[in-house]
Ligand binder design. Structure first.
Ligand SMILES: Cc1ncc(COP(=O)(O)O)c(C=O)c1O
Length: 359
């Protein structure tokens, strides 16, 4: 279905103020945003307008009860300048899985994608050409009834804005595995991309940083034994040539789209990939036996973030030299080449955005 989106372009572009070689992360936003309002049971007033502050009453429900979800994806340019989306339907589906868990309305997948396309058609000049840079897309939705009381909101706003971003993690990451805090429990919201999951991670993250680590390596909430994920990344471990990534069936791990992409790419290259629970004891045993070849985080932001070491119960476990990690380096290259249109897209993941106007 084709939706009617009213477009009101701004006369006041900020593009000339941006130095593409020096983009501060998450602080610069493109000229426009897409907005839709949900009321009386349907999405209405679909529009693209200037990026601008929102007007909310103090009673706006999301500010009190955190009924909010988001997505994060990137658009890159092909060598001939065509904006490319990477697996947008996967993001739309995950958005709706999050929406369902948070008792929010679905956004039709075709509306989700059309809104992104029209927004990028207007702001394509904000896509950086600089290597490792991209235009980050942030769709989000929140309950905006002006109401005090715990129930699902009747009204919602769905907004998409974009932000040019440079490269993400420069250095390999150091993880702290702890049983002091947990991120997600079966029956909870771990699989949903909802604000509360991130809010609850802030104190543990702050304490981990103060102790000299970059991220927490989250363990399961019951036995404090099974590895879940870290920061905003899923985890991959390569032991004896076998690739292992924690299973997500319990609903305690965010199902990363990069994770799914890597599973496909690895299997297509002949690697054995095991998707199963993996315990910290198994990992430590393998490190002690010298069998761990690689351990890395996967996510849209960093693609691959090599994990240099992790700390657990007073001991620091060193992982192999990052320079020797051929599999994850290759994965990063392959994914970057596919999503920027530089190598063949065997899985049909890349969706070009036609530009109506002269580039
Ligand atoms: C908690 C969490 N885990 C994993 C990921 C990785 O997901 P993706 O590969 O879709 O970016 C993210 C980022 O979106 C995240 O926020």
């Amino acid at each position: 279905m084709k939706y009617n989106i009213e477009v009101n372009p701004t006369n006041n572009s900020k593009l000339s103020e941006l130095d593409f070689n020096n983009i501060p992360f998450g602080k610069v936003f493109s000229d426009h945003m897409f907005v839709a309002d949900y009321y009386d049971g349907a999405w209405r007033d679909l529009r693209i307008e200037a990026y601008q502050p929102l007007s909310l009453t103090p009673a706006t429900m999301v500010l009190h009860y955190a009924q909010t979800i988001f997505e994060g994806m990137k658009v890159l340019k092909s060598p001939d300048g065509i904006p490319l989306l990477f697996r947008p339907e996967m993001h739309a589906k995950r958005f709706n899985r999050s929406a369902h868990r948070m008792a929010m309305p679905d956004v039709p997948e075709d509306l989700f994608e059309q809104a992104i396309r029209e927004l990028i058609q207007l702001d394509y000049k904000w896509i950086p050409d600089v290597p490792e840079s991209a235009l980050y897309i942030r769709p989000f939705m929140f309950g905006n009834d002006p109401y005090i009381g715990v129930r699902p909101s009747d009204r919602y706003q769905f907004i998409i804005f974009t932000a040019p971003v440079g490269s993400y993690y420069a250095d390999p990451v150091k993880l702290l595995a702890t049983s002091q805090y947990v991120r997600a429990v079966e029956g909870g919201t771990g699989f949903a991309k909802t604000g509360g999951n991130y809010a609850a991670s802030l104190l543990p993250q702050k304490e981990a940083r103060a102790a000299g680590f970059d991220q927490i390596m989250w363990l399961d909430a019951v036995e404090h034994k099974y590895i879940h994920e870290c920061g905003t990344m899923n985890i991959f471990i390569i032991i004896d040539g076998k690739v292992i990534t924690p299973a997500t069936e319990e609903g305690t791990i965010l199902e990363g789209i990069t994770r799914d992409t890597f599973i496909h790419l690895l299997r297509a290259s002949g690697y054995e990939v095991e998707i199963r629970p993996v315990s910290i004891d198994e990992l430590i045993e393998a490190v002690d036996a010298g069998k761990v070849q690689d351990m890395f985080g996967s996510g849209t932001a960093a693609v691959v973030a090599p994990i240099s070491h992790f700390h657990y119960k007073g001991t620091t476990y060193e992982l192999p030299e990052v320079a020797n990690r051929t599999i994850s380096q290759q994965l990063k290259k392959d994914m970057n080449n596919i999503r920027s249109g530089k190598s063949e897209d065997l899985f049909n993941w890349v969706k070009p955005i036609a530009l109506a106007i002269e580039q």
